[in-house]
Design a protein around this ligand. Structure first.
Ligand code: EPZ
Length: 416
C-alpha cells in the first residue's frame, strides 16, 4: 500500500486546474447504459472509482475506452447482475439499478454494505422504485428487482438522497408517463446528470430544485458531453491555499456551487476573489473558528467538513462542526489530534479549539475526505507527516501529489 510523506510549512503558490467531478461522472457513466450508440464523455477524472465503474459497465455488456480525460461507452448487450466483488469496493454501483430496470426490466445488484462513514442504506431508492412498479427481493446480500415497463409515479423522498434522485431519474426517463420527484436532492451533480440525459433526448425539468419532473420517452440517443468540474476537489485546494498562508489560483472553480463553503471561509477572515475564471484565496492575519452544520445542498457540504476542520484546527479561538448527513464521519478527528489538534467529539458535533501549530507524525487515512483533511493538516504541520493507506485518497483526487507539488508542497508518494 502507498503512503504520502509531507514536509509542512511551505506557503502554496501558483495555479491548480480543477478536474472533472467524480460525483457527477459516476452517475453519468451509469446513465450511459440508457442511450443507443456510443457516448463520448470529456473532463472525466482518472480515479479508482471511475475505473471500477468502467469495469462494471463492461460486465453489464458495454464496450468502454478511457484515454486522457475522455471516456467512450457503447452498450452492446445487457447483462443485469452487478457482482459483490465490484460493488463492495464502491457504493455508487447501486446506481445501475435504475438504468437496468428501465432497459431490461430486471437487475441483480449486490447490497453495497456500509463503509467507513456509515451504514448508507438504499431503502429510499427501493421504496421509490417500487412506486414505479418494480418488485424487489432481498436474497443473501443481493437486491433482485423485476418489473414490466416502469410506470411514472409521484414520489416524495423522506430525505433528499443524492443517489436516490439519480437512480430515479435514470429509471424514469424511459418509463411510461410522467414521474415527479419531490424533496429531491438539489446537488449540482444531480443537475449535471439531468443535463446529460436531456442531451440524449430525455425530458427532465426542475433539476437543481427540490421538485424534478421526468416525462418518459421511448428511447435515448448517444451524445457527447463534458462533465462539470469537481466542486469538492476545488474546495479542498482553496483550503490548501488558506491553511498554508499561500496564494493559490484555482482554475475552472465552480464558484456558485461552493457558496456555502466560501461564505464560511470569508467568515473565518479569508479573502477569496474571482479573476478571469480563476478563484484566488489569500489570508490577511489571523483566522478565526466558525460554527458549521452540514446540510443537503445548498447547505454546507458534508464532503467538505473534514477539510474545513483541518483549517479550523489552526485558526484562533473555537468552532464547531455538526455532521447531520452521515452518522460516522469523524474518523479524521483522532488522526488530526495525533498531529496536535485540539478537537473533542460530543455526539455528532466536533468542537475544535485552534492551536498555535501542528506537529508532523505518522497518521492513518480512513475514508476519502478524511484523507484529504490529513493532507491539508500535514501541509502546515511542523516537520514530516506520513499518511498511510492513501488508496482512499486515490478514489477521489486526481494526481493530488503532483498538483500539490506543482504548488510548492514538499510531498512524495512512497510504496510501502
Ligand atoms: C453522494 O452519496 C456522494 N457520493 C457522497 O460523496 C456525498 O457525501 C453524499 O451524496 C451526500 O452529499 C456520490 O455521489 C458517488 P445520499 P449518496 O444518498 O448518494 C442516507 C464523497 O466523499 N440514505 O444523499 O450515497 C445515507 O445513509 C462521497 O465523494 C438513506 O438512509 O448520499 C446518508 O446518511 C461520500 N437511505 C444520507 O442519506 C437511502 O436510501 C445521504 O445519503 C439513501 C441514503
Amino acid at each position: 500500500m502507498d503512503k504520502l510523506i509531507i514536509e509542512g510549512g511551505v506557503p502554496l503558490k501558483g495555479e491548480v486546474a480543477v478536474s472533472g467531478s467524480k460525483n457527477a461522472a459516476l452517475p453519468i457513466l451509469f446513465a450511459c447504459l440508457l442511450p443507443q450508440g456510443e457516448v463520448k464523455l470529456t473532463n472525466v477524472p482518472r480515479l479508482r472509482d471511475i475505473v471500477t465503474t468502467l469495469k462494471l459497465l463492461e460486465l453489464l455488456g458495454c464496450r468502454t475506452n478511457f484515454e486522457g480525460d475522455t471516456v467512450t461507452v457503447e452498450r452492446m448487450s445487457v447483462h443485469t447482475e452487478a457482482p459483490y466483488d465490484l460493488v463492495k469496493t464502491m457504493r455508487a454501483s447501486v446506481l445501475c439499478l435504475g438504468p437496468l430496470l428501465a432497459l431490461a426490466g430486471e437487475a441483480k445488484v449486490a447490497l453495497p454494505g456500509g463503509c467507513a462513514i456509515g451504514a448508507r442504506p438504499v431503502d429510499l431508492h427501493i421504496a421509490a422504485l417500487e412506486r414505479m412498479g418494480a418488485v424487489f427481493e432481498l436474497e443473501t446480500g443481493y437486491i433482485s428487482a423485476r418489473c414490466n415497463r416502469l410506470k411514472g409515479a409521484h414520489i416524495t423522498f423522506d430525505f433528499p438522497t443524492v443517489g436516490g434522485a439519480e437512480n430515479l431519474m435514470m429509471a424514469a426517463v424511459l418509463a411510461e408517463g410522467e414521474t415527479i420527484l419531490e424533496n429531491a436532492a438539489r446537488e449540482p451533480e444531480v443537475a449535471d446528470l439531468a443535463n446529460f440525459l436531456n442531451a440524449c433526448g430525455a425530458k427532465i425539468s426542475g433539476h437543481g430544485t427540490s421538485v424534478i419532473r421526468i416525462q418518459g420517452t421511448p428511447s435515448l440517443t448517444a451524445t457527447s458531453y463534458r462533465v462539470m468540474p469537481d466542486r469538492i476537489e476545488a474546495g479542498t485546494y482553496l483550503i490548501a491555499s488558506a491553511i498554508t498562508d499561500g496564494e493559490v489560483c484555482c482554475r475552472d472553480c465552480p464558484v456558485p456551487e461552493l457558496d456555502a463553503l466560501i461564505f464560511k471561509m470569508r467568515t473565518m477572515g479569508l479573502w477569496i476573489e474571482e479573476a478571469d475564471e480563476c478563484v484566488v484565496v489569500r489570508r490577511h492575519g489571523e483566522l478565526v473558528g466558525v460554527d458549521v452544520v452540514t446540510q443537503p445542498y445548498p447547505g454546507f457540504p458534508t464532503d467538505m467538513q473534514a477539510q474545513l476542520m483541518a483549517l479550523m484546527s489552526v485558526s484562533k479561538g473555537a468552532g464547531s462542526i455538526e455532521e447531520k448527513i452521515f452518522e460516522n464521519r469523524f474518523m479524521h478527528v483522532p488522526e488530526l489530534n495525533r498531529l496536535g489538534a485540539n478537537i473533542k467529539l460530543k455526539g455528532r458535533t466536533a468542537v475544535v479549539r485552534g492551536v498555535d501549530h501542528l506537529v508532523g507524525a505518522p497518521v492513518m487515512a480512513s475514508d476519502l475526505r478524511a484523507s484529504a483533511s490529513l493532507v491539508l493538516a500535514a501541509l502546515v504541520a511542523r516537520g514530516a507527516t506520513e499518511i498511510q493507506r492513501i488508496y482512499h485518497l486515490d478514489r477521489g483526487y486526481e494526481k493530488m501529489e503532483s498538483k500539490l507539488g506543482a504548488l510548492g508542497a514538499r510531498i512524495k508518494r512512497v510504496s510501502e
